[in-house]
Design a protein around this ligand. Structure first.
Ligand code: HEM
Length: 526
């Protein structure tokens, strides 16, 4: 190789290296330059290497980062090359989620309404389109609608009882995460879409297969690469969801709607409400707001949240009750007391008199589970609330800044396009807000203790205009399952349960991958 060529190559290499160094400095000093403390990044990956390569579940990542900025109201880190602001201070969180929502309306998640219609759901959407759809869908979850949906859940309760009972016959410890994912799938498909998925009876039923596929490694890696290099991934035809998933949901919505139209079926479910919304649109709105494709997108997300978030919270509650026999005893006492009090004598008027009542459940008469009033199950509520404190289904909240924002009482600005992350799991386990935060203690939610904390230190369903649209529906699912199980079975820890919990990496939701194993015995009512 002649000398001239060698020096040209060397020149190109050095120039490239210099460019990389300058880019590195420019990218990774973004927060420093603004006087915001930052976590030291590594080139290219920023601070998210451990999450991307599947070493660290998002739950641990956000917990760890929260405590890295101890004594600071906020701090910065980098998601690859993108600056992210982590917010710890409850009052600033309140500004971002509620008071100054106009600056933080979006989550900034990518979606493609044309190529991948299922991704254009309420969770991913932003701006005026989100606002319009949210306003239209909100009435689908009123108390009245929930009551009607609840009527459809009774069979699922019996199926749950029977499936647990059949597992006991084998005299082995029982894995509850899968059973409860199937229970939640049956509830959401029945009450939201009017479909009996029968996944409790048949673990290989189509809806369960779809649900399971969503947490497979392949499905979890795709969103990460789509986030890092969207253009390249789109070029190679990589999608957020599999084609099979897209076809399944588009197909089932079209079929279900057409069947209802042809056979004049009118059900009190979410699908029906959405179809009514579509049909009642004005001419100008028609085809733009609510279409078959957008109904399928919402159904898909409701399906995902309905089985995954709810079953995760439900199985973790059982796990904690098994580890805390005294709390389990108290919950059971409460369930028994209420069930016996309303032994088959409930009328609509009686329901109105029960101050906190949200829901009434008629169970299997053999076990005298005639009626359960959920809001009266105070201990039950505390337990569930305490579970989602320790294991929030979504361990962080995210917003994208849509116009430059000055942080109140500081000189710091958040630029348009910067992501803001609220590490919910950190707040929920901060000893400043919760005494002995690692201990499962339902008393954390007694009125007195609860009122002594800032409301933004407990955010399992988010907060502000983008709060979970179906939080009460989710609670109803969970309480239904919990009351059924606690009334009929007793739970103790199993040696098969792996602790500390092995959470699934690269999954946005908190999910115990190694399962929730418990010893279980049936109660005798003689
Ligand atoms: C225990 C169960 C559940 C938990 C813990 C949960 C939690 C959450 C959280 C934390 C958010 C984000 C809120 C924010 O960013 O401020 C959210 C959003 C959402 N959830 Fe849930 N959720 C649950 C059940 C459900 C169910 C059953 C459905 C549907 C049937 C559902 C539908 C949604 C939707 C559509 C959004 C997006 C709302 C928007 O951006 O306007 N969730 N949920």
């Amino acid at each position: 190789m002649n000398e001239e060529l060698l020096s040209s190559i060397l020149f190109v290499l050095i120039t490239w290296l210099l460019y990389v160094i300058i880019q590195y400095i420019r990218t990774y000093t973004y927060w420093k330059k603004r006087g915001v403390p930052q976590i030291t990044p590594i080139p290219f990956f920023g601070n998210t290497f451990s999450v991307t390569c599947g070493e660290e579940p998002l739950y641990h990542f956000h917990y760890k980062n929260y405590f890295k900025f101890k004594d600071h109201p906020f701090g910065g880190y980098y998601d690859f090359g993108r600056p992210v602001l982590l917010v710890r201070d409850p009052e600033l969180i309140n500004h971002i989620l509620t008071k100054d929502f106009a600056y933080f309306q979006d989550r900034g998640f990518p979606y493609d309404e044309e190529k991948e219609p299922l991704t254009a759901n309420l969770f991913n959407m932003g701006g005026p389109r989100w606002k319009n759809i949210r306003t239209k869908i909100t009435p689908c979850f009123t108390t009245g609608k929930r009551k009607l949906m609840f009527e459809m859940l009774k069979n699922c309760m019996d199926d749950l009882k029977n499936i647990v009972r059949s597992n006991l016959r084998n005299d082995e410890d029982v894995e509850f995460k899968d059973i409860l994912a199937r229970f939640s799938t049956d509830i959401i498909t029945e009450s939201a879409f009017g479909i009996k998925a029968h996944t409790l009876k048949n673990p290989e039923a189509e809806f369960r297969q779809m649900g399971r596929s969503l947490i497979q490694p392949n499905s979890r890696i795709r969103p990460i690469f789509l986030q890092i290099c969207p253009k390249l991934m789109q070029y190679f035809g990589v999608r957020f969801l599999s084609q099979e998933m897209n076809d399944f949901f588009q197909g089932f919505v079209k079929e279900a709607v057409e069947f209802r139209k042809t056979n004049h079926v009118n059900r009190n479910d979410f699908l029906n409400s959405m179809v009514q919304l579509m049909e009642n649109q004005t001419k100008e709105e028609s085809g733009r707001d609510i279409t078959y494709a957008s109904i399928a997108a919402e159904c898909w997300f409701f399906f995902f949240a309905g089985f995954e978030a709810s079953s995760s919270a439900l199985s973790m509650t059982l796990y904690e009750l098994a580890r805390n026999p005294e709390i389990q005893r108290k919950v059971r006492e409460e369930v028994d007391r209420v069930v016996e009090k309303y032994d088959g004598e409930i009328t609509y008027d009686a329901l109105q008199e029960m101050t906190y009542m949200e829901m009434v459940i008629y169970g299997n008469p053999t076990f005298n589970l005639n009626v359960i009033s959920f809001s009266l199950l105070v201990t039950l509520s505390f337990c569930f609330t305490e579970t989602i404190r320790l294991y929030p289904s979504l361990p962080f909240l995210i917003r994208s800044c849509t116009k430059t924002y000055k942080i109140p009482n500081s000189d710091t600005y958040i630029d348009k396009g910067v992501s803001v992350v609220i590490p919910v799991v950190g707040l929920h386990r901060d000893p400043v807000y919760y005494t002995d935060p690692e201990v499962y203690n339902p008393e954390n939610f007694s009125e007195e203790v609860k009122n002594s904390r800032h409301h933004c230190t407990f955010l399992p369903f988010g907060e502000g205009p983008r709060i979970c649209i179906a939080s009460r529906f989710g609670m109803m699912q969970i309480k239904t399952g919990l009351a059924t199980l606690i009334r009929n079975f007793e739970f103790t820890p199993s040696s098969k349960m792996i602790t500390p919990l092995q959470l699934i990496p690269r999954l946005i939701l908190t999910n115990c991958g190694s399962g929730v194993w418990l010893k279980c015995s049936e109660r005798s009512f003689n």
